[in-house]
Design a protein around this ligand. Structure first.
Ligand code: RIB
Ligand code: CA
Length: 328
């Protein structure tokens, strides 16, 4: 089967790292490159973190390009409180010296779109790079196959305000610009579905027991970068475990039946008390053409079975049988 060409635009970021790990072990896709945007941490730190993940997964040949350091208009506010000063849960993973981050993420996105017949973009950070690319050369996006964006929320409460999710809250102007100008339906993987994806102590322990030599201690690596995240979730959300948003966007791209939803017109609020809110016109009040496919239902057991089967190269059904008892 022909591989699908993908760019992953991210702000690594603890959950971004899990998303990258899943993408890197999935044979259906060819990652043309990783573009980094300021979000959880500034884009220069995010670029270094992307290299750390590529190194751990043995794929440092994949190019990493640094993008926007600040949002389109808003003052930049990081999520270091959630992801740690280094963006990887203060796990102290050594800097990578055998590869470097390239500049020019926006041009990388445009050049890839113009060079390849079909390119999909999985965006798991603020949409600044995509907005800048769309503004610069909108025609290049005629080769866009699919845009999946982890961001927003429909009926779920926000994680940055009562109504706003971080990626769209961090840069609401870019999110609004992309939703209003892309001209294609954006697959919105928002908090309504990602909140169901909780890395629990049980799942983490199971991962560590699945660790084998050839899988480079992937469970231990995930534990190292999520410990800080577990503490955050206990302190602020009274949750034992951590919500890992981004890998669900990659899993949806690879395995769309894990999620379901509906088409709707979406606008992102760019000011005022509800800045960053993704307003989903589910009832068609505004009689606007749908510009989004809003995901609202998720098979969380199916996600974890898929995620672990890919990470460990194991038969999915075997993992599902174990996870059924571990996922309370
Ligand atoms: O709101 C969650 C999203 O914001 C995730 O992508 C997380 O990594 C942060 O970027
Ligand atoms: Ca992210």
């Amino acid at each position: 089967m022909e591989k699908r060409t993908v760019i992953i635009d991210c702000d690594p970021g603890i959950d971004d790292s899990l998303a990258l790990m899943l993408a890197l072990v999935s044979p259906e896709i060819r990652i043309a490159g990783i573009t980094v945007v300021s979000g959880n941490v500034p884009a220069d730190q995010g670029g270094k973190n992307a290299l750390k993940i590529l190194k751990f997964m043995g794929q440092l040949d994949i190019p990493v390009c640094q993008g926007a350091m600040v949002p389109l208009k808003r003052e930049y506010i990081s999520a270091k409180d959630t992801h740690g000063e280094d963006g990887l849960g203060e796990s102290g993973i050594p800097e990578i010296t055998e590869a470097s981050v390239h500049p020019g993420a926006v041009d990388f996105i445009l050049d890839t779109l113009k060079r390849e017949e079909k390119v999909s973009i999985i965006a798991i950070g603020p949409l600044t790079n995509l907005a800048l690319a769309l503004k610069k050369e909108p025609l290049a996006f005629q080769n866009l196959d699919m845009l999946v964006s982890m961001g927003g929320c429909f009926k779920s409460y926000g994680n940055c305000s009562p109504v706003a999710e971080y990626n769209y809250w961090c840069d609401p102007d870019s999110a609004e610009y992309v939703y209003q100008n892309l001209g294609r339906k954006i697959h919105m993987v928002g908090l309504d579905v990602t909140r169901e994806i909780v890395l629990s102590p049980n799942i983490l322990e199971y991962m560590k027991r699945l660790d084998q030599k050839e899988c480079q201690k992937r469970g231990a690596f995930v534990e190292a970068i999520t410990r800080f995240y577990f503490d955050y979730h206990w302190k602020y959300e009274n949750l034992i475990g951590c919500v890992v948003n981004d890998p669900l966007a990659v899993a949806y791209f690879l395995n769309p039946q894990l999620l379901s939803g509906f088409d709707a017109y979406v606008a992102v609020e760019t000011g005022g008390i509800s800045i960053g809110q993704s307003v989903v016109d589910a009832m068609g009040f505004w009689k606007r053409q749908p510009n989004a496919h809003v995901l609202t239902q998720v098979d969380s057991l199916g996600f974890w079975s898929f995620f672990l089967s890919r990470l460990y190269g194991m038969e999915e059904e075997r993992i599902r049988q174990v996870l059924k008892d571990l996922m309370i």
